[in-house]
Every structure is written in C-alpha cells, then in structure tokens.
Unconditional design. Structure first.
Length: 221
C-alpha cells in the first residue's frame, strides 16, 4: 500500500542492476545470488489471477527493471489481466523507457535521480555514469509518461544543498518529486551512512520552489 499512491499493489522485484549504489537496500538483487531468488513467472501470474479485483496495480522494480529483456511482454500480460502498472528505473536505458511509454505499457513511471551531475558516478558506486542517458530519460518521462515521479534518497555523505539545487535544475518543470528517507538495513550493499532528518529535508525541498509542481517527503517520521 506504499508503492503506488492509494493503489493496492503487488510489487515484482527483478534481479541485476547496472549501478552499484552503496546505500541500495536491495543489495541481494544486485550483488547477491540472483538465481537462488528466482520465482517462476507462472507463479507470479497465478498469484495475480487469484487477486483480480482485490489488487489494483503491479509495480516492477529491482535491481534495475529495464535490464529485463522480456519486460514489455511481462507488462502486456499484466495489463491483459486488468491491472494498471508502475515501473521503477534508474534512467540509464532511455530507449527501453521510451519504447514502454510509446506502447502505453506504463501508467506510472518512477525514476531515481541519484545526485548532481558532478557526483552522480560517486553516488552510483561507479567510475563514470552516462549523464546524457540520465538527462534523456528525464526528458522522455516528462514528455511521454501518463503520470510519473522523480525521487532522491537523501544521505549526508553524498548530498549537500548545492547538489540538491542541481538536482532541482535537472528535473525543472517536473510534475512530482520526492525525497526518500535513507534507512540502513541488512540488505544494503554497504553500511554506516547517515540519514538526513525530516527538518533538514523540509528545508531542502524549498530549493524545488518553481521547479516541480508537487514536492514531498517519503519514509520520514
């Protein structure tokens, strides 16, 4: 009941990712034994068949969802059962995102904005990140998605007010933006980072004035 607004949702987690964000809370799907966690697709659709009329939506997340070669086919099957769909992505595969949106397979698109361009690779645990792909995905989502959000997980070690201001400029004109609260958990790739507390996050949201239609906090007490 938290992944898709007021919709009752089933969340499908996909294995594998093209980033290594050290604070990722789904580390087992990124650097763990992905094969051992596999669920047969038939089991997924059996679950969905039984819950038609009770569950509204299916959210596909990860890992990185757009790495799945059969993602479009999976979404077609989900929609054929009458479910609406949400896809989470890091935005590094804009061609996949554009194809999904052009076919009308996604009702709600959510993209993570990791940091300012200068610190993007650092935040993603890589030596470099294709910022052109990130910017293209932002543009595609803003122009083609039925509904969407951008979001950033706030961490003291990675984000300064200057970084947040640059994030606001990256998504200028967006419909919706959220700050997500960081919580260290057993599933994180690395540990020991410091969350930014609610009062400071509320101040940082002011940097989005005039940049996004709606801004909010998610997961803060």
């Amino acid at each position: 009941m938290v992944d898709f607004g007021d919709k009752i949702s089933c969340t499908v987690f996909t294995g594998g990712c093209n980033l290594r964000c050290p604070f990722c809370h789904n580390g087992g799907l990124v650097v763990g034994d992905i094969g051992a966690q596999r669920i047969d697709e038939g089991e997924v659709f059996e679950y969905l068949e039984k819950r038609r009329g009770l569950v509204d939506a299916v959210c596909v997340t990860g890992g990185e969802s757009t790495l799945q070669p059969d993602l479009a086919e999976f979404l077609r099957k989900v929609r054929a059962l009458g479910y609406i769909t949400k896809v989470d992505s890091n935005g590094l595969r804009p061609n996949v995102i554009e194809a999904l949106l052009d076919e009308g397979l996604v009702d709600y698109m959510a993209m993570d904005i990791k940091n300012s361009p200068e610190k993007y690779a650092l935040t993603c645990g890589l030596e470099r990140v294709d910022m052109q792909a990130v910017r293209r995905s932002i543009s595609i989502i803003m122009s083609k998605a039925k509904d969407y959000e951008f979001r950033t997980t706030l961490i003291k070690e990675f984000h300064t007010p200057k970084d947040i201001e640059e994030i606001a400029n990256l998504i200028k004109g967006a419909k919706r933006f959220f700050f997500q609260h960081y919580k260290d958990s057993e599933g994180c790739i690395s540990h020991g980072f410091t969350p930014i507390e609610k009062n400071e996050a509320e101040e940082l949201l002011k940097l989005f004035d005039g940049k996004a239609e709606f801004v909010g906090l998610r997961g803060f007490n």
